[in-house]
Design a protein around this ligand. Structure first.
Ligand SMILES: Nc1nc2c(c(=O)[nH]1)N[C@H]1C(S)=C(S)[C@@H](COP(=O)(O)OP(=O)(O)OC[C@H]3O[C@@H](n4cnc5c(=O)[nH]c(N)nc54)[C@H](O)[C@@H]3O)O[C@H]1N2
Ligand SMILES: Nc1nc2c(c(=O)[nH]1)N[C@H]1C(S)=C(S)[C@@H](COP(=O)(O)OP(=O)(O)OC[C@H]3O[C@@H](n4cnc5c(=O)[nH]c(N)nc54)[C@H](O)[C@@H]3O)O[C@H]1N2
Ligand code: SF4
Ligand SMILES: [Mo]
Length: 799
């Protein structure tokens, strides 16, 4: 294949932004700056009245659930008037903006012209107000009415040779009601092709936990955090991605908990935190959150966890009663970890035995330990094994089903966990399909559907022809951007249910539709009756959500209305499913949910109580493990860690403080000291020096994979940074062209976005380790695409 550059990604840019500045990273998170930034952005985008109306209802029992992350809310009696963080406020401002991308906007900008802009600019154009279509051969989107839009989708779906030629993607912001109706639509249509963002996110967690403890969800509640003696935070950056978690950690700390951060980077917030809700936080030095920071090398956690296991075994720091009563596999695991080669543990983890011993001692001394983790563990080839290994440590310490202890995978999207509970899953178990079939009088398809990576391949290879996205930005979120771009362009129809413009609308199938939806912030009234929706947070708490703001336009429909409209147009009255009733009154959907989804009995009443209700979790509730053995499984995994060839580096792709996934709020990664741009790569100073580079140099990144495709992302400014030797970092989604589609986690098929083998190159010269002819090929492809220019990176004041 030919060399590739960054087509289909942001703006095909080949150099860092002119305004890019790098300062010393901050050690403290939040504090006054966080509050000030949140207020400034809100008022800029929404104006003072809408800002106040929205923010005072954010995360309140009579208000709406924050649509940013899945961190839970405190009990109703413990909520503040301002129960949100800086990034929650940014998410609200992004949706509540007064700006509009209306039909006139689409008439004045061709799709090609829009595609030359970066993701930040696209987001700045505001809310989409009417259904839009790009017809075959068309250069622009044009408006159409809802019934015609539904007809276009129905015609394409009905024309397929098999229902399996369509894929129905979901991003984790969809409500439970929308998700339930959507999976019903896909299955009544005849396919389990229900890929979702989870496939790129916590899928490794779901797989590992289902096998080890019999349920793919975490076992702690917020109250457990307050009562923990030790909290371990591995591969997660809460200061940016789950900011209110820091407040819970602060409470735990004041009650005497110790905290260990396992992270290649010294992320602000883990090191030091200033709570803006407490005067002490605003003026004082704040709380040192982490008692111990272990700067593990990228992908080194499996080795670290096995090293800790070896020490616990050596010290016999094992809860034998728990192991005896509830687990299987202990002896084999004990023998495996007791035999670890410490030289290998140290090399693969990048940590010394002394550092590992310090962590193991804290674990030995704790009677209640909570393990938190996120993308730093899930997006690796060995992710499932790594999470099982951490689970082994929790099991041998008896830390499941005990107050103040447990497993706490911290989910990303606000309702990603709820969507899975509602059946958004390409591999839903037969028990769920049976219940669904019994409720609606049909036999749902049983064959597993396509996940995200498989869907891309099916579209690429012409095995799938229709893509429907309920939210999200598939083109920029998925790995191997160039392949995804080609795959989507081969589709006969691409459909996106969206609030705002994004890249996926511009990388079109032959026909493309944008169906504009109301968001969480907005009122949803039908025939004078106010509707509400329900969501589930990262700790299995289900509750209602009601938006306070007037919708962005009179033509918007809610996700439930759009999904049921699509289903009705496509399926008519097949199986006698009453789509119209569900779309008109969401309590009809909830009534179905109460009979189909386990744990959701009396759903209508329990979900709408202040604070909602907690879904059952057998290991947490009664130390019951519904695995094949009926016990929690302590699993042996070989210590396989990515080995990086000589001269190469291991790249992790992560989030800045000023984005939500592919939505770029702005260009300020304040805590890491990067302002005015995003094309940076964080590298250890000696890794720069040995390659003849220095801080400030511009390099191209190339990834190395087992095929003949060259994957290049151009023009990144080197930032000398405190990261382990050999481990580098850069932002997602700019680096997604480097993640090979076939490089996925064993067992979960999650793309390995946190371990990409790369080399650094001087732009244009071929640089280090490349033959000049290779560099030329890269250069050619790099110039084959238009280079759109991004205007002033500071948010413009259009409203
Ligand atoms: N403001 C904001 N909030 C968000 C999001 C957002 O984009 N913006 N996204 C949401 C979503 S969908 C998700 S999934 C979550 C993501 O939340 P996080 O998982 O916190 O997100 P990342 O930025 O990907 O950060 C991963 C962290 O893991 C570390 N890391 C990388 N590789 C390794 C490794 O090999 N081992 C260890 N131990 N650590 C490693 C990185 O240094 C970084 O601190 O956040 C959610 N919340
Ligand atoms: N390299 C790399 N790649 C990654 C990751 C990584 O760490 N590194 N992380 C992965 C992870 S964890 C995830 S979760 C995925 C994220 O993948 P996605 O969920 O597909 O992406 P988002 O950027 O969250 O989607 C943003 C879009 O959703 C739409 N939207 C916003 N609000 C609403 C709403 O209320 N309703 C509807 N219908 N649409 C709405 C808007 O149009 C917006 O542009 O990316 C993955 N990709
Ligand atoms: S912690 Fe997450 S859910 Fe809570 S306000 Fe902040 S972004 Fe929203
Ligand atoms: Mo995620």
């Amino acid at each position: 294949m030919t060399a590739t550059s960054t087509p289909g990604t942001s703006d095909g840019r080949e150099t860092p932004e002119a305004e890019l500045e790098v300062h010393h990273p901050k050690t403290a998170a939040a504090g006054v700056t966080g509050v000030a930034v949140a207020m400034k952005r809100s008022v800029e985008r929404m104006g003072p009245v809408r800002s106040a109306r929205a923010l005072l209802k954010l995360n309140q029992t009579d208000g709406f659930d924050c649509m940013s992350c899945a961190w839970p809310d405190p009990d109703p009696e413990h909520r503040h008037t301002a129960e949100f963080c800086e990034n929650g406020a940014k998410a609200v401002a992004e949706e509540g903006t007064k700006r509009r991308a209306d039909p006139h906007f689409f008439a004045t900008h061709s799709i090609a012209e829009l595609d030359a802009h970066d993701e930040w600019w696209l987001g700045q154009q505001g809310r989409i107000t009417q259904p839009m279509v790009k017809r075959p051969g068309g250069t622009h989107y044009e408006p159409l009415d809802w019934s015609e839009a539904f007809r276009v989708v129905a015609d394409h779906l009905q024309a397929l040779d098999s229902p399996d030629e369509a894929v129905f993607y979901t991003s984790g912001r969809a409500s439970n009601e929308a998700a339930f109706a959507y999976q019903l639509f896909a299955r009544a249509f005849g396919t389990n092709n229900l890929p979702d963002c989870s496939n790129m996110c916590h899928e490794s967690t779901s797989v590992a936990l289902a096998e080890s403890i019999g349920i793919g969800k975490g076992s702690v509640t917020l109250n457990d955090i307050y009562h923990a003696e030790l909290i371990i935070i591995a591969g997660q950056n809460p200061g940016t991605n789950h900011p209110r978690m820091l407040q819970a950690l602060e409470v735990a700390k004041r009650r005497g908990a110790k905290i260990i951060a396992i992270n290649p980077l010294r992320e602000a917030g883990l090191v030091n935190f200033r709570n803006p809700q407490k005067a002490r936080g605003v003026v004082g030095a704040g709380t040192d959150i982490a008692d111990l920071h272990l700067p593990v090398r990228n992908n080194g956690d499996l080795a670290l966890f096995q090293g800790i296991g070896a020490l616990l075994v050596e010290w016999d720091a094992v809860d034998h009663d728990f192991v005896q009563a509830h687990t299987t596999g202990f002896e084999a695991w004990r023998d495996h970890v007791a035999a670890v080669d410490w030289a290998q543990v140290e090399r693969d983890s990048g940590l010394t035995r002394a550092q590992i011993t310090e962590a193991a001692e804290l674990l030995r001394g704790s009677r209640a330990t909570i393990w938190c983790w996120a993308m730093g563990l899930t997006q690796h080839r060995n992710a499932v094994a790594t999470i099982k290994e951490l689970t082994n440590l929790a099991l041998v310490r008896g830390d499941i089903g005990r107050k103040g202890a447990g497993l706490c995978p911290v989910r990303g999207h606000s309702n990603v966990q709820g969507d899975r509970t509602m059946g958004i899953w390409e591999k839903s178990p037969d028990s769920f399909l049976d219940a669904l079939g019994a409720e609606f009088g049909f036999d749902p398809p049983r064959e597993h559907g396509l996940d995200t990576v498989e869907s891309i391949k099916a579209l690429r290879d012409g095995r799938a022809h229709v893509f429907v996205g309920l939210g999200g930005n598939f083109v920029h979120a998925a790995p191997d951007t160039d392949v995804v771009v080609e795959a989507m362009r081969r589709a006969r129809l691409t459909v996106h249910v969206s609030t705002k413009l994004n890249r996926s609308h511009l990388v079109c199938g032959e026909t493309a539709l944008i169906l504009p939806t109301k968001g969480r912030t907005e009122k949803d009234v039908h025939d004078g009756v106010e509707q509400f929706v329900t969501v589930e947070d990262s700790m299995s708490q289900v509750h209602s959500s009601r938006g306070p703001l007037e919708p962005a336009g009179p033509h918007l429909r809610s996700e439930v209305q759009i999904v049921t409209g699509l289903a009705r147009a496509t399926l008519g009255d097949r199986y006698g499913i009453d789509w119209a009733a569900m779309g008109a009154d969401y309590s009809v959907v909830r009534d179905h949910i109460s009979r189909v989804v386990p744990g959701c009995e009396d759903y209508e009443e329990r979900a709408d109580r202040p604070g909602g209700f907690t879904l059952p979790h057998p290991p947490r509730d009664s130390r019951t493990f519904r695995t094949s053995s009926g016990r929690a499984e302590i699993v042996v995994s070989p210590m396989e860690v990515v080995q990086v060839p000589e001269g190469h580096l291991l790249l992790q792709t992560l989030r800045s403080h000023d984005q939500f996934n592919t939505t770029i709020y702005g260009y300020s990664d304040r805590y890491r000291g990067v302002e005015g741009g995003r094309r940076v790569v964080f590298v250890h100073p000696e890794d720069l020096a040995v390659r003849g580079f220095a801080d400030g140099d511009v390099v191209d990144l190339r990834s190395t994979w087992d095929d003949d495709v060259e994957r290049v992302a151009k023009g990144f400014r080197c930032v000398a940074y405190d990261t382990p030797r050999g481990s580098v970092a850069a932002y997602y989604p700019e680096t997604n062209p480097l993640v090979p589609l076939d490089s996925t986690a064993e067992g979960s098929n999650c793309p390995t976005s946190k371990s990409v083998v790369v080399t650094l190159h001087r732009p244009g010269t071929g640089g280090e380790g490349v033959r000049p002819e290779e560099a030329d090929r890269a250069g050619d492809a790099g110039t084959s695409r238009s280079t759109g220019s991004r205007p002033d990176p500071r948010p413009a004041h259009q409203s």
